[in-house]
Design a binder for this molecule. Sequence first.
Ligand code: S3P
Length: 169
Amino acid sequence: MNLILVGFMGSGKSEVGRRLAERLGMRFADTDEMVEAEAGIPIAQVFQQHGEGSFRELERDAVRKALAADDAVVSTGGGAVIDEDNVALMRDSGVVFYLEVGPRQVERRTDADSSRPLLDVAERVPAIERLLSERKPLYERTAHERVNTDELAIEQVVEEILNRWRRYA
Ligand code: S3P
């Protein structure tokens, strides 16, 4: 069974995933890192040079490869849940945790970070709010468990997930 993290940009998926893998002695995969390795360029450049559609194709392949293992902690990119096949695969291959985060925290945690093309816009706050409200139902349909991270430090999120994971494992 895989432990899969979904959620919006800035929800802490990569850092939480890395720590969970360490604590559980499981392998760790981050689909954004896999896309960058495959493309040989940063995600921002994939968007810029090839468009979002190409990025989503690379992401679909990365999700498939990451979930082919059955004992991995997998952190996904914030938009991986848009794709129906990704969603079905995630739900079938493990326990999916949704790291929930509100717009204020997203704004704070992703500030001055140009590596995320969807937030690299002039009006960041309305862009975050719009995308968050579009995405929320997608995270909810994908996840088995939801953890609100707004008031929690990274380590507390890790502990919360470990507690719930033990009920499945
Ligand atoms: C995206 C989120 C990013 C990355 C890409 C697109 C999205 O991942 O995959 O910039 O569509 O929400 P993080 O959630 O890890 O920042």
